[in-house]
Ligand binder design. Structure first.
Ligand code: DUT
Ligand code: MG
Length: 148
């Protein structure tokens, strides 16, 4: 699928978003910072990626997810947990960088801090009913099937 892309920061011109391997689901996003940014424990800051994208097709969206190495080892995750990019959004792509750890984390300019995954979207057509069509699960949830 094709997605329109604008390069907002000239430093991104020669490192346009790309899949790292043919099987990669995510495209790494860089921190387009002018200087290193140190996040104190618990601190979150919006970091520009230097890009904007217009998906255009309402049957798709994009999500911004943590990189597993940074998230697990350094505690650098996302302030919104998952970023959701609407198909009609045309503004700058931003990453909410959140240091969930107990120690400061420094983000260097142009460091790859998160990843973007494009996903299909279904639009629900809600039909109001008073009784659902019966299902095997019914109302059971939140551990109703046990742990073993
Ligand atoms: O990590 C993120 C999350 C969102 N966005 C942009 C794209 C998205 O389409 C728009 C709105 O996001 P969302 O709907 O999650 O936020 P909201 O708080 O509901 O804002 P709005 O009222 O503009 O929909 O913000 C980002 O750049 N980065
Ligand atoms: Mg919204």
């Amino acid at each position: 699928m094709q997605v329109e892309l604008k390069v907002l920061d000239p430093r991104m011109q020669d490192q346009l978003p790309a899949y790292g391997t043919p099987g990669s689901a995510g495209i790494d996003l860089r921190a387009c910072l002018n200087e290193a940014l140190t996040l104190q424990p618990g601190q979150a800051e919006l970091v520009p990626t230097g890009l904007s994208m217009y998906i255009g097709d309402p049957n798709y969206c994009a999500t911004i997810l943590p990189r597993s190495g940074l998230g697990h080892k350094k505690g650098l995750v996302l302030g919104n947990l998952i970023g959701l990019i609407d198909s009609d959004y045309q503004g700058p792509l931003m990453v909410s960088a959140w240091n969930r750890s107990q120690t400061p984390v420094t983000i260097e300019p142009m460091e790859r801090i998160a990843q973007l995954v494009v996903l299909p979207v279904a639009h629900a057509d809600f039909k109001v009913v008073s009784d659902f069509t019966p299902s095997e699960r019914g109302e059971g949830g939140f551990g109703s099937t046990g742990t073993r």
